[in-house]
Write a protein that binds this ligand. Structure first.
Ligand SMILES: C[S@@+](CC[C@H](N)C(=O)[O-])C[C@H]1O[C@@H](n2cnc3c(N)ncnc32)[C@H](O)[C@@H]1O
Length: 341
């Protein structure tokens, strides 16, 4: 089955390539028109794949994910194109190239994750996008900017570290033109799925969403981190480009100092996080579909045990695939789905 899918980021744990494994499981426990909630949505590819069929509530603690959610999930009417980008943004882009009114990237990241001229182009696109009034258009353009940044980055595939100057792959990456990569992406958003429903996106800790969201949800799709790597460290640059809040930076990787630490990334806390989720969702009488890995911090057996405590029906599905470890080679990992009702 071909599900709706607009690729935006190469993202750790992204389910873009697993839509055919995951989406049918969510469809099996819901009806058309039901509300589905994705409380740790990352790139929102699962919500987007289901959007034609369902009302979607998306959430993630990271602001860049919120922006993707605004563009793909909440947005039912705005579209952009390369042509529109040129006419709406080029003047402001050139103004900033000359006057450097926005220069945080140039001042802080030149010759680290990007070349100096790439940093200035990022600042200039961000300056031009800041002038767009409509929040969904702005979000669509920010998605294209994030995509361009991920394409030209001189890193192993995430922003926890940058390549040393002598790395053999660095020269062609540093030559790439951020403005052209940005424009090249815009036509991907010439159409965006419109389901005519009030989809909503939030940027809170999932616990807050589970406790405070009012309204009936038929199924929660939960896809938490499964390793010790914090998303806030791997993608700090994306957080900063969307917020453009000129944060205090620290360590060699120039990370934002205010990084969120997820409990799922700690051996001591992961079980408690899962137990909270299962308890709250079973109380609501909703179905729960969990994505996890058999190499995760919490053993699959433990997850099943917890599932049996809170739900009557429980099913485990496995899907083997070569999982990209972002620069550390390929690992065979079993992606698992736990379906609870
Ligand atoms: C495995 S990724 C989700 C990937 C997503 N399904 C996709 O296909 O792109 C896990 C996500 O959980 C988010 N996250 C971690 N802890 C969270 C928390 N306490 N509340 C909300 N989001 C959280 C991370 O920011 C990250 O985007």
């Amino acid at each position: 089955m071909e599900y709706d899918n607009i690729f935006i980021l190469r993202y750790m744990g992204n389910k873009n390539k697993l839509l055919n494994f995951i989406v049918p499981a969510i469809e099996e426990v819901t009806k058309e028109g039901d509300t589905i909630c994705d409380p740790m949505a990352g790139t929102h590819c699962i919500g987007y794949a289901l959007k034609k069929r369902n009302r979607i509530i998306g959430n993630d603690i990271q602001e860049y994910s919120y922006v993707i959610g605004q563009a793909l999930i909440e947005n039912n009417r705005e579209t952009i194109s390369r042509e529109e980008a040129e006419s709406e943004l080029l003047n402001a882009y050139l103004e900033n190239q000359q006057k450097q009114i926005f220069s945080f990237f140039y001042d802080n990241y030149a010759d680290t994750y990007f070349a100096g001229k790439q940093c200035l182009a990022i600042d200039s696109i961000r300056y031009a996008v800041e002038r767009i009034r409509n929040k969904y258009r702005k979000a669509l353009y920010l998605c294209c900017l994030m995509h361009a940044m991920c394409k030209v980055q001189s890193t192993p595939g995430h922003f926890a570290q940058f390549m040393p100057k002598e790395h053999r792959r660095i020269l062609p990456l540093r030559e790439m033109d951020v403005w052209q990569e940005f424009l090249n992406k815009c036509d991907d958003f010439k159409t965006v799925v419109n389901n005519g429903l009030k989809n909503e996106v939030f940027k809170v800790d999932y616990k807050e969403l589970l406790i405070n969201f009012e309204g009936e949800i038929a199924c929660y799709y939960v896809d938490p981190p499964y390793s010790g790597e914090q998303y806030s460290r791997f993608y700090h640059i994306l957080e900063t480009v969307v917020k453009y809040d000129r944060p205090r930076l620290q360590y060699k990787g120039l990370y934002r100092a205010d990084r969120f630490k997820s409990g799922f990334c700690y051996k001591k806390l992961a079980e408690g996080e899962f137990e909270f989720i299962m308890k709250e969702i079973s109380k609501k009488g909703a179905a729960l579909v969990i994505s996890y890995s058999d190499k995760g911090i919490l053993p699959v057996q433990k997850l099943k045990q917890l599932g049996r405590k809170y739900f009557r029906r429980i099913e485990l599905r496995r899907n083997s695939y070569a999982h990209s470890t972002l620069g550390k080679g390929k690992n065979d990992i079993n992606e698992i789905l736990l379906i609870l009702k």
